[in-house]
Design a protein around this ligand. Sequence first.
Ligand code: NAP
Length: 550
Amino acid sequence: MTETATVPATAGSQPEEAGVRTYDVVIVGAGLTGMYQLMLVRKLGLSVRVIEAGSGVGGTWYWNAYPGARLDSESYSYQYSWDKELLDEWSWKEMFAGQPELEAYYNRVADKYDLRRDIDFDTRIESMTFDEEANTWTLRSTEGGAYCARVVIAATGILSDPNFPRIPGLENFKGEWHHTSLWPKDKDVSFEGKRVAVIGTGATGVQVIPKVAETAGHLTVFQRTANWAVPLRNRPLSDEDMAEIRAGYDDMFPHLRNTFSGFLHSWDPIKSTEVSPEERDARYLEAWNSPGFTKWIGLYNDLAYDADANKIYCAFLADKIRERVNDKELAEKLVPDDHLFGTKRVPCETNYYETYNKENVDLVLLKEDPILEFTENGIRTEAGELEVDMIILATGFDAFTGALNKIDIRGLGGQTLRESWQNGPHTYLGMQVAGFPNLFIEGGPHGKGGHGNGPRCSEPVVEWVTKVVDDIFTNDWKRVEADPVAQDTWTKSVTDTAAGTLQASAKSIFFGDNIPGKPRVYVAYIGSLPEFVQRLEDARDNDYEGFLVS
Ligand code: NAP
């Protein structure tokens, strides 16, 4: 599909309540999902408004502007697939694009399709209430604006609610501090000669730490859990590379829609225990030497379910860490000892382990020396106070449910989504929640995006929601909502499937373990992308099976 920039503006109709702007559809979030959703709702000829808390488009790639932020899916596998013209004109500079290139890409898309005229920036939705008589949602923003819509699409993102450590005293700290996902857009943050502390060693920490160490006077890394990180092996893409990549798009995108998680890999049906140790280790080395996810994610399939097979791979990776860190004691601290490979999100790194060979870098193990408080001048652990000029919180997100739970969402009978999810999220197909009609969730709990290539997982969902929205307006349906029985069955199948996997053995964001007090419930979807999309299509084709339509 190729769009043009000449679609007429979709102005709201006359307000029914003073100050309330009325649209057919309101989309919350102008990240990669919300932007595509806007394009498709426009094509239906409906009035639509996108509400975005940031000042620009791009979602994750707008907010996470910390040094080192970059993709670990190949750039060309991560872009929008639906516009031949855009695919032809956009050249990726690196195999794994950095945040500035990605933000530029989403701005280019917004320019090309004149998306900004339908987006309210710097506007954060704080409540949504369903009117049972009118069958409409009223949304109110922190800034005082109000919107009314028949359909609301929450494109709020899986990783958009920053997690702040429950450590007292940050307000007393006199130096500079930043959360990586709220990185300043209006000024350069310099580490030059400064004493910097980074808390967190997940996918974000692993990216920002080497960058800080390049110029900081001193860097202290506070690690709670060591991660299995593997080399990214990024490289620039030449014009010749891009010509070759472009020539493959017609095959690549259909292939990606049929892989397990939308990545450029295929699962190997062989078990690692069925080949000789020499052959197995040769494959492990080949994966280690290959860029990004592609090789290791498609390694022997028993790594995903056989703990003993997984431990052999962990031993291989542990030796690689030991080869790269000069101080043997320090190397052991960087080898994970509490989870198997792939049971937490595996970060891809560039010079991460070598960073610990630098004179100006120290590692503090929080399990041995916990942080007690932030002080005026730094951080106090049990061992004493460390004075720093800057604190960087690479402490992640309240993932999957955080962004939606932050909004006061009230459905039928005044019930809130927070109450409905207090023991863990319940959804039908990750798309809807019983009691919350005409509210569609793109990229929340139980969706495929949590374990996959973002755009590859989001595009089929956006296309499916567009068909449902079209059905709603074409048939003048008042409500589409999840049937509670179908919801229970789906939610149970999602959590039961995860319970039997190695993933359940690790503390991770997929079980809400990173957020104190969050119920330990599996929040992602562990099946394949094609299966997930088929379930959506089957439900709609089968007369909206599992939904209540009125
Ligand atoms: P994360 O994986 O949740 O890691 C957060 C880190 O902070 C962990 O090391 C965690 O320790 C630590 N932490 C959290 N609370 C803490 C506390 N109170 N005290 C001390 N340490 C604390 O978050 P993230 O690194 O931001 O990554 C989140 C997700 O973002 C990833 O799963 C990935 O999907 C995405 N991401 C993607 C890319 C990419 O595509 N290249 C890059 C960055 C992020 P524990 O491990 O002990 O909880």
